[in-house]
Design a protein around this ligand. Structure first.
Ligand SMILES: [Zn+2]
Length: 202
């Protein structure tokens, strides 16, 4: 089917077909939709794809995607400078930031330790973390890595890594436990174990 398409349409369809969830047929449908758009719309889409590579960079401080480095979060002087929240990926940072309750600094670790998928400590942004802590401003490192097995392993690893090099930095983690509105009898064993382990003063 594709060989009969005029070249520009064929090239676009092939490129679109590489996107997740788009097969050759739906790629062609998307390309045809773009053709029906007003020219300005189609051009705007093209330019926004161009700008994605030309105008986006990684922030040198937190490792997040931004239009400039340091990013607006890292250069915001109204944010606290002694708490650093460590997340595995950028989308976790966005989720926390959406909540609007954390007003400190962030850093993206770049993944979790997953030995079976060749994600070892070399794949994590440990140099950036060290450099950040070596500045001496951070007094608490908050691990917000999640509660999967990989997250737990990564958290223990980071705790040891930081403990050896920066013993003065307090390492904490997000609380784990019973979600709001849940009943004890419906909790799984691991959640209950963690809730008991991280119980707090009333
Ligand atoms: Zn940043």
């Amino acid at each position: 089917m594709n060989e009969r398409l005029p070249e520009p349409l064929r090239v676009l369809t092939e490129q679109l077909g590489k996107l997740p969830g788009l097969g050759p047929k739906s790629a062609l449908r998307v390309a045809m939709t773009m053709l029906k758009w007003p020219e300005s719309e189609t051009r705007r889409l093209g330019e926004s794809i161009y700008r994605l590579r030309d105008q986006l960079c990684f922030c040198e401080r937190c490792g997040g995607l931004a239009a400039a480095s340091p990013c607006p979060l890292c250069s915001d002087l109204s944010r606290g400078r002694d708490e650093l929240c460590l997340v595995s990926e950028w989308d976790a940072l966005l989720a926390l930031e959406d909540g609007g309750f954390f007003r400190g600094q962030y850093m993206i670790l770049g993944g979790l330790l997953m030995p079976l998928q060749n994600m070892d400590s070399q794949s994590l942004e440990l140099d950036r973390l060290s450099a950040r802590l070596a500045e001496g401003e951070i007094r608490e490192l908050i691990l917000a890595l999640g509660s999967t097995l990989e997250a737990e392993n990564t958290a223990s690893f980071v705790k040891q890594f930081v403990g050896r090099r920066f013993p003065q930095v307090r390492v904490t983690r997000l609380a784990q436990g019973i979600p709001l509105g849940a009943e004890i009898k419906h909790m799984d064993k691991e959640t209950l174990r963690q809730s008991l382990k991280y119980r707090q003063e009333l």
